[in-house]
Write a protein that binds this ligand. Structure first.
Ligand SMILES: [Zn+2]
Length: 137
């Protein structure tokens, strides 16, 4: 038996033993922030990539980060540039918080959501399960 056939057999067997849920829900992975402190600024090199992945406007995500970091800055192409020095962990923690609060559906935990504003209140509407949840601020 060729190695390839053996591998295929192995896969087939492995798939058979997986719970169905695993097969249907694709894992949601957000790229880890690539940041660097340069002088008195912090560059987040893959800012656009992260925003694209979580399907949120760069300006919204940036506004959130500015508020949490207590700073300002600019978008420069695919980068975000912050005034001040912020380590990788701080940025990652904030982004993780943003994603769990404003991207993942609290009902089914899927990222297929959009933010809908009604007056002064924002809701997270899930395209996967149809849940509408208020966003905790
Ligand atoms: Zn949902």
């Amino acid at each position: 038996m060729s190695t390839e056939t053996q591998y295929k057999r192995f896969l087939k067997k492995a798939y058979k033993n997986l719970p169905k849920q695993v097969l249907t829900s694709e894992r949601f992975e957000v790229p880890a922030p690539k940041s660097e402190m340069v002088g008195n600024r912090t560059f987040l090199y893959n800012f656009k990539e992260i925003c694209d992945r979580i399907r949120r406007d760069q300006s919204n995500v940036l506004k959130f980060l500015f508020k949490e970091l207590g700073t300002s800055g600019v978008i420069d192409g695919d980068y975000a540039v912050f005034k001040g020095q912020f380590n990788h962990e701080a940025i990652k923690t904030l982004l993780d918080g943003f994603i769990s609060r404003e991207v993942l559906c609290p009902v089914c935990n899927k990222p297929d959501t959009k933010v809908v504003r009604e007056g002064r209140i924002s809701f997270l509407v899930c395209e996967a399960c149809g849940a509408k949840s208020s966003i905790r601020k």
